[in-house]
Design a protein around this ligand. Sequence first.
Ligand SMILES: CC(C)(COP(=O)(O)OP(=O)(O)OC[C@H]1O[C@@H](n2cnc3c(N)ncnc32)[C@H](O)[C@@H]1OP(=O)(O)O)[C@@H](O)C(=O)NCCC(=O)NCCS
Length: 373
Amino acid sequence: MSNGHFSDVSKASAFGLDNVVAAETPLSHVDGEAGRLIIAGHDVEDLVAAYDFEGAVALLWRVAGLEPAPSGDDVRRDLGRARMEAFRLVPALLAATRGLSVTEGLRTGFSLLSDEGDLAAHIRTVGSAPVFIAALCRRDEGKDAIAPDAEVGHAADFIRMLRGAPASEAEVRALNAYLVTVTDHGMNASTFTARVIASTRAGMISAVVGAFCALKGPLHGGAPGHVLDMLDDIGTRENIDAWLVREIAKGERLMGFGHRVYKVRDPRADVFNKAVMLLTNGNERVRFARDVETAALAALKAAKPNQRLDTNMEYYTAVLLEALGIPRVAVTAVFGMSRVAGWSAHVIEQERVGRLIRPQSRYVGRWPDDKAA
Ligand SMILES: CC(C)(COP(=O)(O)OP(=O)(O)OC[C@H]1O[C@@H](n2cnc3c(N)ncnc32)[C@H](O)[C@@H]1OP(=O)(O)O)[C@@H](O)C(=O)NCCC(=O)NCCS
């Protein structure tokens, strides 16, 4: 390998496509220096106050250029029907996913869906996620799947299908806050994956299966389960500092901290922190998580003074979804249940752009005519 070829791309950042603009989109904007997230023209805090999940999906689809422009009520009706339709696939899903985790099960579930019908495939995909996740979680607990209720909202129906009892208003509000917040987030790894696949005209289902595979990694949407493992492992307040120092010294990454784009606190962490405080009134687990967060930020600052590492959204995702009674094994899938709306809007947008995404690589291997090599 020639160092001459390699030297100008040898910085790690060159391989992570940092700061490379891969699309123009009105769907969302992440300002990593200001700690600001804009989704479809709204600051995330305002979006959460104004919309439930169905309203946010309708907004994203409208902004992506879907015609006729859907309303929140249209989406509510269509997702309700799509959940009913997805329930018919549950026996096949459970048969195909024996021994697989909930995350792997949802990945398989998405691939069972049909790509028939342009908009129908989008509705089908967004609508199926809560049905599949609830059925997979209940199977883990040795329980039968519960049929959807098309008359209740997406968030409420998910909790109902998961636990077999209706959700409280506070729970529905908290889950909607979560689902709305994470619908879209700039050109993150899974959204980029969805757009690359959509650009080959492979269709919505393929784009979502690929995007979900990208999402489930621990450096993306797979972190919250590890956050809860960390809180459990630390266990008591006396252990916090020693545990953090030991893990950082071993070269471990603290899950729920650091972000490629945010160099300050992720604004979504505050939305979830507020939601979990409203839901739990600041119970002991939430107070413990806050203490661990404070200590972790200090430990990271001491160990990595040149890095700007702050709390990312996965930290409070973990705390919020746990408070909602969502099993630890399902938190990544629940992230996917929301982000599928953003992927869908990006697929619509990418298909309108119509241009294959095909970057270049730089060859640093042996040249056949290089006799010295
Ligand atoms: C999200 C993440 C992948 C972004 O990282 P990135 O921009 O690619 O940064 P890098 O991987 O180049 O890391 C830069 C430095 O910060 C350190 N770092 C980054 N996140 C860290 C973390 N959570 N804990 C400890 N150190 C961390 C790296 O070890 C590296 O240090 P070094 O230069 O001494 O080796 C990273 O912060 C991370 O792994 N976080 C933990 C997982 C997580 O919370 N994921 C959810 C993201 S929303």
